[in-house]
Design a protein around this ligand. Sequence first.
Ligand code: WQD
Length: 344
Amino acid sequence: MILVTGGAGYIASHTCIELLQAGYEVLAIDNLSNASEESLNRVQQITGETLRFIKGDVRDAAVMKDIFEQHPIDAVIHFAGLKAVGESCAMPLEYYDNNLNSTLVLAQAMQAAKCKNLVFSSSATVYGDPSKLPLTEDMPLSATNPYGRSKLIIEQMLGDLPAADVLNKTAPWSIALLRYFNPVGAHPSGMIGEDPNDTPNNLMPFITQTAIGRRQQLAIFGNDYNTHDGTGVRDYIHVVDLAKGHLKAVEKLLSSEGIKGVQAYNLGTGNGISVLDMVKAFSKVNHVDVPYEIVPRRAGDVAACYADVSRAKKELNWQATQQLEDMVKDSWHWQSLNPKGYKS
Ligand code: WQD
């Protein structure tokens, strides 16, 4: 059985589909502070499989102790946490409480239950402002905001566990740190997708909400970067590709070879796409207009960021397959069928 924390979330719900379709039993826990249980109802509709759901907070040690005592958990995928860069600058303590304490309580419960197979939802944000591209996993890490710092601290905290196993002669931890680049898109059914509370932080939900008329126009944050068209360049990855990457990581953890200690993997496509590239592709593929205006740069943004994905290909036997056209088509399909997200 795979425990999926934050299981009702955007990437987590897509991952639950892949796990169920691969034959795993799934137990999802979510406090529903930033997600809807409807996403998990739809996961079960899409797959025709059932999963178990617990409404709860990963920071609650008693809840986590019960989960491991009452369920045969073979591995954990830890998604639960807050993830908006801008918001984290305004409320750092909430970010450290949610992200650090949930991971601490989870790891303690796992250790007590001798379940030491963990996939951690990390982020390309741990690379800070890239000095060279494409980014490889051994490049220097730094943080430019509380969200990214929380991910970095967690990576370092988990990084201390294997040495303790050697000292204590205890069964070794096997941990995969998955560093996501920019997740976009939705399951091709259009039944689940990205459903941000309030004003979206990220580009794609802003594009889809503008296209569907919920927003007047898209503000493009700067066109004076040193990129091919002056707008920011990112490594956008289809959320279904990302979900399949999590399945591969779980399979690696549970294989006879396993993962020795802690290993980081970039989950991206290796391609850089600009904001204008994305807007033009979205309009062209979906035959829908996205009014926009160029405004000044957003604080904290970097010009360009994209991944070297060779380690995940070699060690997890995974690579992204969805193209830009699939990303914009599936994002629009989800938004068109769900104008108000899960509240539609
Ligand atoms: C992408 C590009 C913006 C909105 C963040 C986190 C990262 C990960 C993904 C969690 C940039 C431009 C955006 C808009 C715009 N999240 N943009 N107008 O900042 O690359 O990454 O989300 O793990 O950790 O840092 O994503 O979608 O906000 O921005 O012009 O309304 O789109 O300037 O160039 P970002 P983003």
